[in-house]
Structure formats: structure tokens, C-alpha cells
Design a binder for this molecule. Structure first.
Ligand code: PEP
Ligand code: MG
Length: 587
């Protein structure tokens, strides 16, 4: 095969956007990641010391280089001296120490965040001299990071001096969330699907990604120029001059669209006939609250709370959980925060918490099943949530409920917890909305009964589709069958919505189905009361809602319900709303 021939490979669009750049192949061990982990109070001062030692070492390294350079290298000497000063710059040095302390987070992650903010500030400046200082911060950060991470991985990291496109067999959700954004333009993996957690995190980070590219690590060469179109799920190897120009233009257009969408993100999502829908953000970390607000979110519709449980060997204490939840609630105030109780195991495994490895983890001891088996762990979290609820608008959400007995058991433990807090005279608020995820088909089928026990349902389509259609959400080989507009899924959502509304129970959707503007007309017609999604998707969904008239949708819905395949459903939506999509989502 001619090596310079342009090749387009179809994968799965994991995260929209386009990037053009050099490929960088990594094996699993070589990923340029900054691990992120939670620290307990007792470990904070040692972590700050570790950071300071890494800075001191970087300073000594610079001294050694400076003394080895002769006077012929005046300019380099000047740069290195500047770097030395930057190492102890208040904004970088002190803020990183503070960040470690206030967020209980490891030094690498704190440094990444703090330096990212400084760089962004510099880069936004019009003065080319000042904007160049952003790259000095990058060099200094790399040097400190090298000392923090250590080890052989850094030999590869050091070689990267341009922003690259990462090519890997697989990236776990943890790795994806730890990618150093300033070095990664986008990524391509062989494994993974559209609603795998890797994709969800890529969308949250706004990094274009194509997943499920068979043999990517065999056919893409390091350093070759490639194009990643995360919107269409296409990767182009050996791009021709024309393709490079065309994609550069598409990339600019995408970025212009995204910016223009952002300009209207604060507007409420009110349909032309005056129906207002709340559009909320899904978060996994405290710091993502900012992103929800920046993208015009009306609150947090799903707080995935697993992160605090990822610390090694120790479970978080009630106070640690409480502080974290309270901060989210404070930052969002007065907007609501929906805190979901632990949804561990399944595809978000926390190895330390496995009692034994499971053959079928997604069908195993996950989420509410785990919590009901470990009431002490569960109650600790419930106490923290009820206490945080005293500071704002909190809703409590139980995951993976599959039948009436489970929701009763969960609520019984909630009541017991509230009684204990009352006895102990600890301030809390039990007067909160309590809801359950509809993500197991049995719960959807029984939704008329389940509605007797909750204030709201939140439909988790990522799992609901996985379990209803028997499609592993993270398996690229069946990703084409993961179809939110499958007639069975539409019927199921309809069943849930009707059953709930009959009993005055609200129906929210927090699965990724809610994040696609193309689904908005159907979801409005099905009566979804509130949408929640990865924050960057909020503006487009709001914009779409503002364009769909919900009066007289019956003929459209009738037609939809007659369709026998996802493609036929798509066609009907296209026929009715094609024009609106054209102007809203066709980046
Ligand atoms: C879902 O299953 O749709 C959902 C929102 O939960 P998660 O993606 O965390 O499993
Ligand atoms: Mg789920």
C-alpha cells in the first residue's frame, strides 16, 4: 500500500470537535497522565512537602544547566533564569500548595490545575510577549512534574514538545480524566463506545476523541500527521493538502459555533410556546461545578460520587464527604444539586472494594446492591448528604434500583439515618426530594409501582440501553447497536414518563441520550421534565429546546411510535426537524 495515500478510518465519535496534529503512540504504561487521588487530612502536609521537594530539585537542575552554559548562550541563560524565578512564583508555587490543601488532592493534579489556569490567563493576553509567558509556565510545570512523577514514563513525556494526538489501545476513565490537557489535542483508542465513561469524560474535558478504531496502534505511526474528527468519528491518515485545508476550516467553524453557542448559554431553555425546561450538568468532581455554571446549567442533575472513594485502603469519613457535598451545594446555591449515592463497581471499579473479582461486574454487586449489603458504609454517605442538605437545595438519588423491595430498603436506611441524626442533635435536612435512577429495565416496567416511593425518576439511558438491548456500553464491536432511538427504548421511556406523571412524579433524564440535541424533540414529546448531561453539551441542548414548539406534537409522536427500526425513527425526526438541526447542531 502506498504510504502517502490518504486513508479515512471510521470509528466512534466519542467527543466532538476536530484536531489536526502529530500522532503519539503510547502503550498502557506510557500514557502521559497525571494520576489524581484524594488525600486525607493527615497526609496533606507531607504532600505539600513532596511538592516543595520537587520544586527544589527543579531549581537545582536549572542551576546545573546554567552553570554549564558559557556566555555565548545569553538568551538561553536569560530564559533559564526566568524559569528559575517562575518556579517560586507566588501564583504557581503558593497556589499549588493551597490547592493541595483546600481540595485534598495530590500534588501532580494540583500543579496541573493551577498551571493550567495561569497559562490560560497568559494566553488570552493580546500582547505576544505576555502570551508567550504561558509557554514558560508550561516548561516550568513540566520540570516540576517530571520530579513529581519520576520513573521511566517521563523519558517519553520529555520528548513531547508539541501538542499531540494520543493513540492508545484503551484509556480507563481514570486515565482519561488525568490527561494533561495542554499536551493532548485529542485522542484515538481501539476500545470504547459512545457512552463509555472514557467518552463521557472526553466530552467533559472538551477533547476531540474517536474511539473504537480497530488496530489504531498498529496502523498509525508516531509523528505522522493525522486528522481527528470527533464529531463524525473519523480519523484521516496521510491527509492530502486539500483535506488539511478543508478540516482546518471545519475546525474553525466548530470553534466559532461552540463560542457562539456559549454566548447564549445563559438564556433559559424555554420552548417557543413557553414551556420552560431545566437543563442541568452531570459532574464527577467538585471542580466541575464551575463548568456547569459556565455552560449555563440550571443546577447539578447528577453528582457521581465515586471519586472520594478512590483513595487507597481507606474509606472517606462522614466529615470528608459532608465538606465535599457542602462545597458543591454552596457553589451551586440556590440551584439544586442532585447527589447520587455510591454507584461503584460495574464499569467504575474500585479494586480495593472488590471482595472478589466478578465474572460479570456490570451484573454484579454494584451500586445500591453493594450499599444495601454494607449499610454502615451507606449510612455514612447518607448522613453526609442529609447534613449538606441543610445548606441549599439537595436532591438524593439512588442508583441501579431494580425493584420495589430495593427502594423500600434504601429509604428505610435513609429514615433510620435521619432518626439517628435527630437523636444526636446534628443539624440536617430530611425535607429533600428523593429519587431513583431508572436504568434497569425491571424498574422501568414497574415504574407505576416505583412511583409510589419517590419524588422523581432520573432515567439513566447509558445503563438502561445497555441492559435493555444487551449491549455492553464500552464494547466498540457492538457500539453500532447502542441506539438511543431504538423503538424499545422509546417505548420504555414513554412507559416511565406516563406512569410517573399519573402519580405526580417528575421524570428527569441524566443519561447521555439527553445530551444530544437531535433527541430533544422526542424527549420533549415524551414529557421529560428536566435534562442533565456533560456540561459542554448544555448550550446546544438549550438552544434546541428554544426552537421546538411542543404544542401539537401528537402526530409526530404517533409516527415515531409506528417505526420499527432506529433508522426509521431517525428519518422521521429528520423529516420533521431537519431544518432546525441544520442551524443548531450541524457543526
Ligand atoms: C446512566 O446509566 O445513564 C447514568 C447516568 O449513570 P452512569 O453513566 O454513571 O452509569
Ligand atoms: Mg448508570
Amino acid at each position: 500500500m502506498n504510504d502517502t495515500h490518504e486513508i479515512a478510518i471510521q470509528g466512534i465519535g466519542g467527543s466532538p470537535g476536530i484536531c489536526i496534529g502529530k500522532a503519539y503512540l503510547v502503550d498502557k504504561e506510557g500514557v502521559d497522565v497525571v494520576r489524581q487521588y484524594y488525600l486525607f487530612d493527615k497526609d496533606l502536609s507531607e504532600e505539600i512537602e513532596r511538592f516543595k521537594r520537587a520544586v527544589d530539585k527543579a531549581s537545582q537542575e536549572l542551576d546545573a544547566i546554567i552553570s554549564s552554559l558559557s556566555g555565548d548562550y545569553q538568551e538561553q541563560l536569560f530564559i533559564l533564569e526566568t524559569h528559575k524565578l517562575l518556579l517560586k512564583d507566588k501564583k504557581l508555587y503558593e497556589n499549588t500548595c493551597k490547592y493541595i490543601e483546600s481540595n485534598h488532592i495530590n500534588a501532580e493534579w494540583a500543579l496541573k490545575k493551577v498551571s493550567g489556569n495561569i497559562k490560560q490567563t497568559f494566553q488570552q493576553m493580546n500582547d505576544p510577549y505576555l502570551s508567550e509567558r504561558g509557554s514558560d509556565i508550561g516548561h516550568v510545570t513540566d520540570r516540576i512534574m517530571h520530579n513529581l512523577i519520576g520513573g521511566k514514563n517521563h523519558e517519553q513525556i520529555r520528548d513531547i514538545n508539541k501538542r499531540v494526538i494520543l493513540i492508545a489501545k484503551d484509556l480507563s476513565p481514570a486515565e482519561t480524566s488525568q490527561i494533561q490537557l495542554h499536551k493532548i489535542q485529542g485522542f484515538i483508542t481501539e476500545l470504547g463506545g459512545k457512552t463509555s465513561h472514557t467518552s463521557i469524560i472526553a466530552r467533559t474535558l472538551q477533547v476531540p476523541a474517536v474511539l473504537g478504531v480497530n488496530h489504531a496502534t498498529d496502523i498509525i505511526k508516531s509523528d505522522s500527521i493525522i486528522i481527528v474528527d470527533g464529531t463524525k468519528g473519523v480519523v484521516i491518515l496521510n491527509p492530502s493538502e486539500e483535506s488539511l485545508i478543508a478540516y482546518e476550516e471545519k475546525k474553525n467553524m466548530f470553534e466559532r459555533r461552540r463560542k457562539s453557542m456559549m454566548r447564549h448559554s445563559e438564556l433559559s431553555a424555554k420552548t417557543p410556546d413557553g414551556l420552560e425546561k431545566k437543563v442541568m450538568g452531570n459532574i464527577e468532581l467538585l471542580e466541575e461545578v464551575v463548568s456547569v455554571l459556565d455552560h449555563g446549567g440550571d443546577g447539578v442533575g447528577l453528582y457521581r460520587t465515586e471519586f472520594l472513594y478512590m483513595a487507597k485502603n481507606e474509606l472517606p469519613s462522614e466529615d470528608q464527604l459532608f465538606e465535599n457535598y457542602k462545597e458543591v451545594v454552596d457553589l451551586m446555591f440556590p440551584k439544586p444539586v442532585t447527589i447520587r449515592t455510591l454507584d461503584i463497581n460495574g464499569d467504575k471499579p474500585i479494586p480495593e472494594m472488590y471482595e472478589k473479582s466478578e465474572t460479570n461486574p456490570v451484573l454484579g454487586l454494584r451500586a445500591i446492591r453493594y450499599c444495601l449489603k454494607r449499610p454502615a458504609i451507606f449510612k455514612t454517605q447518607l448522613r453526609a448528604i442529609l447534613r449538606a442538605a441543610d445548606y441549599g437545595t439537595v436532591r438524593l438519588l439512588f442508583p441501579m434500583i431494580s425493584g420495589v423491595q430495593e427502594i423500600i430498603a434504601a429509604k428505610t436506611l435513609l429514615d433510620e439515618t435521619a432518626n439517628e441524626l435527630t437523636k444526636e442533635k446534628v443539624p440536617f435536612n430530611r425535607n429533600i426530594d428523593v429519587g431513583m435512577m431508572i436504568e434497569v429495565p425491571s424498574a422501568a416496567i414497574l415504574s407505576d409501582m416505583m412511583a409510589d416511593y419517590v419524588d422523581f425518576f432520573s432515567i439513566g439511558t447509558n445503563d438502561l440501553i445497555q441492559y435493555t438491548l444487551a449491549i455492553d456500553r464500552g464494547n466498540q464491536d457492538v457500539a453500532h447497536l447502542f441506539q438511543p432511538l431504538h423503538p424499545a427504548i422509546i417505548r420504555m421511556v414513554k412507559t416511565v414518563s406516563e406512569a410517573a406523571h399519573k402519580k405526580g412524579v417528575k421524570v428527569f433524564m441524566c443519561g447521555e441520550m439527553a445530551a444530544d440535541p437531535f433527541h430533544v424533540p422526542i424527549l420533549l414529546a415524551l414529557g421529560i421534565d428536566e435534562f442533565s448531561m456533560n456540561p459542554p453539551s448544555i448550550p446546544a441542548v438549550k438552544s434546541m429546546i428554544r426552537k421546538v414548539n411542543t404544542k401539537s406534537m401528537e402526530p409526530f409522536m404517533k409516527k415515531i411510535l409506528e417505526q420499527r427500526s432506529p433508522n426509521d425513527v431517525i428519518q422521521v425526526v429528520q423529516d420533521h426537524y431537519g431544518d432546525i438541526f441544520q442551524e443548531t447542531i450541524n457543526f
